[in-house]
Design a protein around this ligand. Structure first.
Ligand SMILES: Cc1ncc(COP(=O)(O)O)c(C=O)c1O
Length: 336
């Protein structure tokens, strides 16, 4: 089966599973799971931050971060299509009592500074929520957000007295694509949520990094959100394995996505809208979408060709260069 729906679909390799079963364990709610501690220290160090905290999911890590930055009745500035705003069930508002202020994205995924500035509410006026935080995402729908923009936006936020958070679910893709160390991608932000269950191939796990004070606040929220796990070293071991073995190879996923885009571009009835890092957005001839999805499924290729809209295709650990050739041939055959 070639599954192009997301990079979250990877299965743990035999070596990763072995690392999980042989991990030394403790009780992480009591703070003594050695494997969780090792992961938190390793990720914080690599990200250039003082502390790290293990979470079962990126959604919970982002939410605890937003709650650590903002109090009840505060507001955060966030992209209209950002994961924390659009795809996390409205958790910031529902569970955090934090008002999101969505901002329309520019073509490159950034949030224009003039739009951000216009959205900041006057302090000390009881009519308004207090604007407290700017949250960005990198990569954003596969796009590498320009480093100069990130610097300018976070400098601006600091000038306004706002905190800064990065949803770095795929920040390792950003680091590999830009040829920079992880710490360079994280430096402009007060907190970064990093996922291990996307391109890095772990079954679950995220680490939130930031200052000791911020992580201490997030730790309390994690407990309240039900994210305090006991022998979670068994999960952290998968993340440590991914950190050691699966980071540099993200470049292969980016190259496979580029090859997939090139192959599909040559097929009549397919329009490649964009390709960045490990993601492509493609439009198929609308009348063929349903039949194409069904025909590919029979070839053991999973993707959902979206009628009249962009279809997202994602490369990952379980998609090889040969698989990419197979997909291109299959799409060409079915659309011929
Ligand atoms: C950009 C981004 N942020 C956060 C998340 C949430 O991660 P999780 O599925 O582990 O909750 C995802 C999940 O796909 C994501 O794509």
């Amino acid at each position: 089966m070639i599954d192009l729906r997301s990079d979250t679909v990877t299965r743990p390799s035999a070596a990763m599973l072995q690392a999980m079963v042989s991990a030394p364990l403790g009780d992480d709610v009591m703070g003594d799971d050695p494997t969780v501690i090792q992961l938190q220290v390793a990720v914080a160090e690599r990200a250039g931050k003082a502390a790290g905290l293990f979470f079962p999911s990126g959604t919970q890590s982002n939410l605890a971060a937003l709650m650590a930055h903002c109090d009840r009745g505060d507001e955060y500035l966030v992209g209209q299509l950002a994961h924390t705003y659009k795809y996390e069930g409205g958790g910031a508002a529902v569970l955090g009592s934090i008002q999101p202020q969505p901002i329309e994205h520019a073509e490159d995924g950034s949030l224009p500074l003039e739009k951000l500035a216009a959205a900041v509410k006057p302090l000390g006026d009881a009519h308004f929520a207090r604007t407290r935080l700017l949250a960005l995402e990198n990569t954003f729908h596969g796009k590498l957000i320009p480093a100069a923009y990130i610097q300018a936006a976070t400098d601006w936020a600091r000038g306004q007295g706002l905190g800064t958070h990065l949803d770095g679910a795929r920040v390792f893709n950003a680091a590999v694509a830009s040829g920079k160390p992880l710490a360079d991608m994280c430096r402009p932000f007060d907190s970064v949520s990093i996922c291990f269950s996307k391109g890095l191939g772990a079954p679950v796990g995220s680490v939130l990094v930031g200052s000791q004070e911020l992580i201490a606040r997030a730790h309390r929220w994690r407990k309240m959100l039900g994210g305090g796990l006991r022998q979670s070293g068994v999960l952290a071991a998968a993340c440590l394995y991914a950190l050691a073995h699966n980071v540099d190879r993200l470049a292969d996923d980016h190259e496979n996505a580029r090859a997939l885009a090139e192959g599909l571009r040559a097929i009549p009835g397919v329009k490649v809208l964009s390709q960045d890092t490990n993601m492509l957005f493609v439009e198929f001839e609308p009348s063929r979408c349903e039949a194409l999805t069904a025909a590919l499924a029979k070839d053991d290729i999973q993707m959902r060709a979206v009628y009249g809209g962009p279809t997202r295709l994602v490369t990952h650990l379980d998609v090889s260069a040969d698989d990419v050739r197979r997909v291109v041939q299959a799409v060409a055959r079915h659309l011929a």
